[in-house]
Ligand binder design. Sequence first.
Ligand SMILES: [Fe+2]
Length: 338
Amino acid sequence: MNDNDTEGSPAGPGPLPRRRTDRTARLQLTKDQAGQALELAQWCATDLDEHRLLNELPVLAHELPREIRTFVNEARLDPLGHVIMLSGNQIDQDVLGATPESWRVADTPASRAYGVLLMLYGALLGDPIGWATQQSGRLVTDVLPSRGAEYSLISASSSLELAWHTEDAHSPYRADWVGLFALRNQASVPTTISFVEHSDVPADIARILAEPRFVFEPDASHEFDGDRPEPAPVPVLTGGPGAPVLRADRDFVRAVDGDPEARQALDWVIGHLDANLYDVTLEEGDVAFVDNRNVVHGRRPFQAAFNGSDRWLKRVNVARDLRRIDAGTRRGATCVIV
Ligand SMILES: [Fe+2]
């Protein structure tokens, strides 16, 4: 919890209690737990063929230390949770090598076991999904700064803040959790998180946000061979205070044309999410699963060095229920969405 969390503070004179914001469930792995988890991932990465790995991921994840499985299970049952964090994973920086220049060359043999470990942790929450239109359909993708993309609107940016967003907000098949594994983050570049405080939403705004009056364009990380799909209007906020479903993207959402009421409601929620934005820094060895239904996420700006020392994350999208996705190619307990 961060210093905004004053739950449980005694009543009485003094400053007004501040709102509880950071709902991160965090487990600090012991050296033994981290070692066992990495050993399992290394064995999966070197001894199993891909077919078996993708088929048996949820079963292989049973071999992770029990404390990790118990913790993730408890955390996933919090309907208002923001982030599930597993800290203290071991990274051998000497073996890992330099941060690659682009995602295209980032699926390195030395980093593969970390991607598998991220998938194993993710299998405690659901099944990994990928996108045929993103990073060549890889299930484990890479987040690192690319030269020339410093001011772009995607995660390869650096000098520009990556604005808060629901991962793949344009699609009904978007993930329930986004898993991020910090292999390197020497500059402690913060990830950002924001959320809707339901009790703050005026009733008329809530009613409009729950109606299909908003259009999401796919972000620029998706590369389409032909025409981009024509987005249909969808709601921004559904599900109610006990089980919210937030769908928002600061750069890629607009109200439908000719609907000033929707535009006003959208402006309200954008201001609200801006105001609630807070930092969660993924340090080296941190694995974070961001709840893609409850919160939006982004990244603060930073100065990329492009010398092999820059921030490098592995990323995996996790779906709780593969059966809700009917537009992809199944490979074992995974799916690549077309
Ligand atoms: Fe993202």
